[in-house]
Design a protein around this ligand. Sequence first.
Ligand code: 6CS
Ligand code: FE
Length: 291
Amino acid sequence: MTIDLYPSRVKSRPEILERQDPVVYPGCEDKGPLTREQLNFYEKNGYLFLEKFFEDEEIRHFRDEMKRIWRQCRGSDAPEVIKEPDSDEVRSVFAVHRDYEAFRKLARHDKLVAAVRQILGSDVYIHQSRINFKPGFTGKEFYWHSDFETWHVEDGMPRMRALSCSIALEPNYPYNGPLMVIPGSHKKFVSCVGEAPEDHYKYSLRKQVYGTPDDESMRRLVEESAIEMPTGGIGSMLLFDCNIMHGSNSNITPYPRSNIFLVFNSVENKLVEPFSGKKPRPEYLAHREYV
Ligand code: 6CS
Ligand code: FE
């Protein structure tokens, strides 16, 4: 049984624990597009925003594919298609790198993978991929959370050696529900209260309750730091550490905030049994076989 360095949803009171893992791992720092300054910024803040990471031509192709998938998935009851909490609108589609050729290729994009390896310091694989559509008028919020808290407790991810690449397929404006991050919060692990039920993912992906931080812990994190909200046009990319506290507001504007999220995990950090002691989540949420 792997030792649980980040216990959560097991105590009666919330706790803020120290991170016990590096942020930028040694081995590949100088073998990619990120500069030393950018790696230092990422280490300190837990995220890095890159305005024009993809060329217009290539991102337009991904955008067209995203729109096609959205039309195709409307009305679908496939498990990979998650609906908004209070409507039948498509909120997310998971495992897009497995099921759609354009995104299978994107997950292997040379410049992207080189940047990820500079941070994770090893070979990497996709732990999870999804498109969050956040449609105009109906796209609902994603409450504050650490992805790692879920991936550790519910998927059995042992250590903090994973990151997300959020790539804008529609412009991320200040007003259409962009991602908000708390710089530096990746170095604190908020141990949450409240044991999630079996098959928690059937509700949490629509509106997460279990595994979210209490108000007092959130207040402390924000007061020790700030709230940043990186925004940019189509083709911009936000890299963020698996444990940074983040969330996003509802979208009441006409402008969709559709992003694809590719989550890379180090091959040195493969999933073990969920630390919750419950059965693992389905393959399309937490890949145990490489695709
Ligand atoms: O449970 C998960 O894996 C998903 N939940 C959230 C709120 N963010 C990460 C991931 O997409
Ligand atoms: Fe998240």
